[in-house]
Ligand binder design. Structure first.
Ligand code: CUK
Ligand code: CUA
Length: 631
């Protein structure tokens, strides 16, 4: 089978000796359907107690859950309803988006520009979003913010869930790829982001082959100001992250303890580390001034062997785990953190309370079930089970947490069942799984490849997010898991987070008190043109069905024109646009919102302003003229 052969070839290319027999045995079975068109084979083995009706949401009904999906290198976040899997909205984060005018008005332009990095140098083009995370209060989603990392640009962005709009982007110093991220739990006092690609500090093009010059940092941001509070420099690198449930601990996997520059070196050693960050110890080290300021940020040295806090405790514990651990997930109880080995068929279970107590860090490892080939990420049902994606096997495996702790290391006994997915899953996520109380009904497997599952649309295929019913613990070979639906998605989500709808309460129109200090509220009576200088003009106008507050307005060639427009509608869903295409203007103004934009009217002529949202029967007539007189 070509898929299995490819997978093996790429591993061999990396000099890795994966157990070939295991790979053949499991891989061929999973891959065969792909190659020969027997993709439905797993459906035939379904136990049949759930049907696709379970995910069908009747017309007029709304979903039970909000799912927030990362959009990968599309640079956006998507909002899906679950269980219907209907995409409800896209929220642009690291790129401009004409559909909602993001990056077109002054406020959102500023968010992108202050986010710096790739945007300032390369024209607000893109980011690489992997891990959406929700703010928490008392160990539960509080519906205030969602953060998303930018692996491409070493940035972290925040979406304000009151308006489902990106309102801040921080370009994190001393970090080239912000990959894993998580929030402090149970209460979000910090947002954590971890640096995957080791970056030379200073990054000046000198001495580039000296591994000691390269840094990977664990970063804590303030959730309100989005400023970097502190960073911890580590040995090796950092990949995925999660937080403990009592505020003290944060964890990250890493795959390059060798500090190598090439794949052969990165995978040389048998072990890598899970790094456990003791936030209490970090805070006390910061308080006692044990940091160095580097590029404006307080940095602690958390490399292996360093002891920085006042009582001489390590601020980072290094727990050896089988090579190249990737997934990093804390159980809902907060008792264990798990790391999945990617190139090892096991999940490593670490008892968090033991970490600071044991002399040999390895003694904190209390379980290591053998779950299958290529385990990547794990999620939870709240009934004591872990669900782990098997990238190489193309399966989701379900296992019992406490049984795995009690079993011999390497035992397959804790595995309760496996379901075939299509194909090559990365993350998976169960409803409410990041809280202390997951709901245990739905699970989504985010599969990297869809191959033959959808109508072909050219050589770039969608990913396939598969909805799985996990509400019952069956004794069949799938452990009660039932594949319910395939769902194509635009490239390339990595992860999602699923919250009950009662916890997310967005406004459906704007509240002007939220912007009153910065921007006026322009009524039809206030609509006017003010000359503010020899070469500057301020145009204020309202928008309502089906007219702007000014039918036309006149400026002079070369004027800097600021347009402030308020949508005075109070009716939900009546949005007005304001476009002047030849001047690059494209605003979307929701009810009770005001937006501003500034541009230069550099060519004399008549330019139509028009409304881009189909708002009313006279939408087409909703226009105005900008007259630019020759100077
Ligand atoms: S990562 Cu992509 S599948 Cu960025 Cu969490 Cu593992
Ligand atoms: Cu206003 Cu169309």
């Amino acid at each position: 089978d070509p898929a299995v052969t490819d997978e093996r070839a790429s591993l061999e290319l990396a000099g890795l000796e994966i157990n070939r027999r295991d790979l053949m045995r499991t891989g061929v079975v999973a891959g065969a359907g792909a190659a020969t068109g027997f993709a439905g084979s797993s459906l035939m083995t379904q136990s049949g107690h759930a049907t696709s009706d379970d995910h069908f949401v009747e017309p007029g009904e709304t979903d039970t859950y909000y799912g927030f999906w990362s959009g990968g290198h599309s640079g956006e976040v998507r909002v899906l309803g679950m269980p219907s899997m209907r995409e409800i909205r896209r929220i642009p984060v690291f790129q401009r988006d004409g559909a909602v005018g993001y990056g077109h008005d002054e406020k959102t332009k500023q968010v992108l520009e202050e986010g710096g990095d790739m945007s300032s140098r390369h024209g607000l083009e893109w980011g690489d979003c992997h891990h959406p995370i929700l703010s928490e209060s008392g160990g539960d989603y509080d519906g205030k913010y969602l953060w998303i990392n930018d692996k491409g640009g070493g940035r972290m962005a925040r979406i304000n869930l009151k308006y489902f709009e990106t309102d801040a982007i921080t370009d994190i110093p001393n970090m080239q790829a912000c990959h894993g991220c998580s929030v402090q739990s149970p209460d979000t006092k910090y947002v954590y982001g971890v640096g995957e690609f080791r970056e030379p500090v200073p990054n000046d093009g000198r001495n580039v082959d000296n591994p000691d010059k390269y840094w990977s940092t664990f970063t804590a941001l303030n959730p309100e100001s989005m400023d970097v509070e502190w960073q911890v420099r580590v040995s090796g690198n950092l990949d995925n992250a999660d937080s403990g449930k009592n505020g003290r601990w944060a964890f990250a996997t890493g795959y390059n303890k060798e500090a190598a520059f090439k794949v052969e070196g990165m995978t040389r050693d048998d072990r890598d580390y899970v790094k456990a960050f003791d936030v209490d110890a970090i805070e006390s080290a910061i308080d006692s001034g044990n940091y160095r300021k580097v590029n404006g940020v307080k940095v602690l040295d958390g490399r292996k062997g360093s002891r920085l806090n006042s009582s001489g405790d390590p601020i980072v514990h290094y727990i050896p785990t089988p090579k190249s651990p990737h997934g990093c997930d804390v159980t809902p109880s907060g008792k264990y953190v798990t790391a999945s080995g990617k190139l090892s068929p096991t999940v490593t279970i670490i008892d968090i309370e033991k970490i600071p107590k044991v002399d040999d860090p390895e003694d904190a490892i209390v379980g290591q079930p053998k779950v299958g080939q290529g385990p990547l990420h794990t999620t939870w049902d709240g009934r004591g089970h872990g669900y782990t994606t098997l990238f190489i096997d193309s399966k989701v495996t379900k296992w019992d947490i406490e049984e795995a702790v009690n079993a011999k290391k390497g035992s397959t006994k804790p595995v309760k069942g496996k379901v075939t997915v299509h194909y090559s899953p990365g993350h998976l996520q169960a409803a409410e799984a990041e809280t202390t109380n997951p709901s245990g009904d739905w699970l989504v497997s985010l599969n990297k490849l869809s191959k033959d599952r959808f109508l072909p649309v050219g050589p770039i295929h969608p990913d396939n997010d598969q909805l799985i019913d996990i509400s019952e613990d069956g004794t069949d070979k799938q452990g009660g898991m039932d594949l319910i639906a395939d769902h194509p998605v635009h490239p390339e989500p990595h992860d999602c987070v699923i919250a009950h709808r009662d916890k997310i309460n967005p406004k459906t129109t704007w509240e002007k008190s939220d912007y009153a200090d910065e921007k006026p509220y322009v009524t039809p009576k206030d609509s006017e043109v003010n000359r503010t200088g020899d070469r500057s003009v301020h145009v204020k106008m309202s928008a309502t069905r089906n007219q702007y507050g000014l039918r036309d307005f006149t400026v002079k060639e070369g004027d800097e024109v600021t347009i402030t427009v308020t949508n005075i509608e109070t009716t939900r869903d009546i949005i007005h646009g304001l476009a002047i295409p030849k001047h690059g203007i494209n605003l979307a103004v929701a009810p009770q919102d005001t937006r501003e934009v500034t541009f230069t009217a550099d060519q004399p002529g008549v330019y139509w302003l028009y409304c881009t949202y189909f708002c009313s029967a006279l939408h087409l007539e909703m226009r105005s003229r900008m007259i630019v007189e020759p100077r």
